[in-house]
Write a protein that binds this ligand. Structure first.
Ligand SMILES: Nc1ncnc2c1ncn2[C@@H]1O[C@H](COP(=O)(O)OP(=O)(O)OP(=O)(O)O)[C@@H](O)[C@H]1O
Length: 384
């Protein structure tokens, strides 16, 4: 990570190291987005995602660091601080914030007018964009007379009207109901792939990151805690937050290459695993459940008390907390055969070949699953 004083842009897209101090909160995050690339910033509420976007857009003052857009410094936290309009940034805030008294057409033409484009030309360009996004027929309505999905397209058209180098979308789908969300998400992906600049999509929904983004940055408490391709992040989580979002069991232990000793004292056999401090990820569907101890099984096996039983369609998710927080997905038929209820003891097992083991970086911000949080809380993600 560059030092906050390093103001050397690395490529023609977006290059940022943003430090923002505010009361007890401190944002300190570095990221780059190449032209044509879509980066998702995923994180829990209060992680600093909106603060980061607002800093890039020029709406938040940097305490330290720099922002380079299109190969030029637009903010160095010192002498250089271009206004939002001068930054070549298209910014769509969380609730779209369309001007309620203007028509949809004038909302989209607004940015162009602010850049000095004459009224007739600005309106022509605005109409073209609205047509392209399939909402041209709504040009003369007010924002209060259109749906959430339509408002999302209008807001996107407005942000793109000024030909930005970088497009910043803050929770673009959060205001939509679940049904609309899925279709608009797919449409948004289509629209974004034709945009030549870099895109940052802020979201707290891992599905948005999977469908929309090429790369993923995970933020917690103002810091980047993990980055990579979405599938790689989901299969190799490094924090409990990421593991829960993706519905993966995550543990940490010390490995000698063949056996991992978990923090809880349990020992698991592994195959060709790295030596040292490691993370172990286990898919809930890879955890087998028995009433009695399975005989002669090559699996890692332990007894635990069931703490939760939740049905998700044909899948039943069992939670156990000791000796290690764990979720196991079994079929409804299996549950009927096992006749398990909360408070019952059962045997749990995982094959050595189903354990995904990877080195844990020094000082990694993992919060042990034994901290008291229940494994079923929020563990409703993708189950990859
Ligand atoms: N205008 C403000 N004044 C003071 N503190 C603020 C302000 N806006 C945000 N904060 C605080 O800054 C921190 C980061 O907030 P931010 O909105 O960037 O997080 P976020 O990840 O976008 O959260 P969310 O997903 O809920 O929008 C939080 O602790 C928040 O309470």
């Amino acid at each position: 990570m560059p030092e906050p004083t390093d103001t050397t842009p690395r490529h023609p897209g977006l290059d940022v190291h943003a430090v923002v101090r505010r009361d007890t909160f401190r944002l300190d995050a570095a990221l780059s987005v190449a032209p044509g690339e879509i980066l998702a910033v995923l994180g829990p509420s209060g992680a600093g995602k909106s603060t980061l976007l607002r800093a890039i857009a020029g709406l938040e003052r940097l305490t330290a660091g720099f922002i380079a857009i299109g190969g030029r410094i637009v903010d160095d936290a010192d002498r250089i601080r271009l206004s939002p309009r001068e930054r070549q940034v298209g910014y769509v805030p969380q609730d779209y914030v369309l001007f309620p008294r203007m028509t949809v057409l004038d909302n989209v033409a607004f940015g162009l007018r602010a850049h000095g484009v004459r009224k007739a030309a600005a309106r022509r360009r605005a109409q073209q964009l609205l047509d392209r996004f399939g909402v041209g027929a709504l040009a003369h309505r007010r924002p209060t007379e259109i749906s959430g999905g339509q408002a999302q397209r209008v807001a996107l058209a407005r942000a793109l009207a000024v030909d930005p180098t970088v497009l910043l979308l803050d929770e673009p789908l959060a205001a939509l109901d679940i049904g609309t969300r899925m279709s608009v998400r797919a449409e948004l992906r289509e629209m974004l792939t034709t945009f030549p600049g870099g895109v940052i999509v802020v979201t707290h929904d891992p599905m948005d990151a999977f469908v929309l983004a090429d790369h993923l940055v995970v933020m917690e408490s103002g810091r980047v805690v993990q980055r990579g391709a979405p599938a790689a992040v989901a299969s190799h989580p490094r924090t409990e937050y990421v593991a829960r979002l993706c519905g993966i069991n995550l543990h940490r232990g010390v490995c000698d290459g063949r056996v991992i000793r978990l923090g809880t004292g349990m020992e698991w056999q592994v195959v060709d695993a790295p030596v040292g401090d490691v993370f172990v990820a286990v898919r809930p569907s890879a955890v087998a459940v028995y009433r009695e101890r399975p005989d002669g099984s090559p699996r890692n096996c332990w007894k635990a008390r069931v703490t939760s039983v939740e049905e998700y369609g044909h899948v039943v998710r069992l939670g156990v907390s000791r000796p290690a927080n764990m979720i196991a997905d079994i079929t409804a038929e299996s549950l009927a055969l096992l006749r398990l209820r909360v408070g019952d003891d059962a045997w749990f097992a995982v094959k050595a070949t189903d354990l995904v083991v990877y080195p844990a970086a020094e000082g990694s911000p993992y919060h042990p699953a034994e901290s008291g949080a229940q494994p079923s809380d929020g563990a409703t993600g993708l189950g990859v």
